[in-house]
Design a protein around this ligand. Sequence first.
Ligand code: B1M
Length: 209
Amino acid sequence: MSELEQLTEAIRKGDRKQAGQLTETLLDAETDLEQVLGAMVTAMDDIGAKFQRNEIFVPEMLIAARAMSEAMNLLEPRLIAAGIKPKYTAVIGTVQGDLHDIGKNLVAMMWKGAGFKVVDLGTNVTPAKFVEAAREHTPHVIGLSALLTTTMPAMKSIITALREAGLNGSKVVIGGAPITQSYADEIGADAYASDAGSAVDVVRQLVAA
Ligand code: B1M
């Protein structure tokens, strides 16, 4: 198995130490940076697909995402120095009134794993903050997470605020345990994702469209 394949495997297994060591070895050997990134993305794609098929669960996914972060922390300065920037930007947050962030963090990690620049606004994010972030970062995608039935309407307020501000360039993806495709249709969201694995497929489709 090549060192790139070993890196993919280490991230899949969630072995932070090995992922970090292999990344250092690959960087010391001046391996093509995009290939190193590709090895990480492959691992997170596999993890996302397994999660969607219920072959792994939240803890395994978190462990893999942490191993990916370890490797990414080493790779990122090199990518920046080489002028290699993520092609796509996503802004994500949990909507106003809602403090649940475990699912949102998973989605953010998976989007990072898919090679997106992710600006995480945290929890309890007001429509005004989403508008401000959309102006500042001109993201391709804006992700809204809600876990409470009482905070679902905040998603509609955010979409309305973005549209009223003329910020129509970002696609809005929504998700969270009480959210459904029909709710996404009802409030005019561009897409719905049921879990962190499908959230990657959804944003890839949106940016490719
Ligand atoms: Co809260 N809570 N909670 N809670 N909590 C729920 C959501 C609840 C269903 C529990 C219950 O009653 N059975 C219930 C909501 C009921 C309802 O609205 N119908 C509830 C309640 C009522 C409350 C409080 C109001 C309780 C109280 O104080 N009386 C309060 C509200 C606080 C607030 O937000 N203002 C509250 C507080 C909390 C804690 C702070 C204690 C804690 C949150 C800690 C944290 O997030 N840092 C907490 C927790 C942990 C839960 C449960 C137990 C677990 C949620 C979770 O993290 N799941 C939850 C019950 C449950 O779900 N079993 C519950 C794991 C996570 C990986 O899944 O977030 O669904 P999830 O994310 C998934 C998908 O939904 C999707 O991908 C993720 C990964 O697959 N997804 C997206 C999520 N966001 C997405 C965005 C996308 C795409 C996909 O695109 C952008």
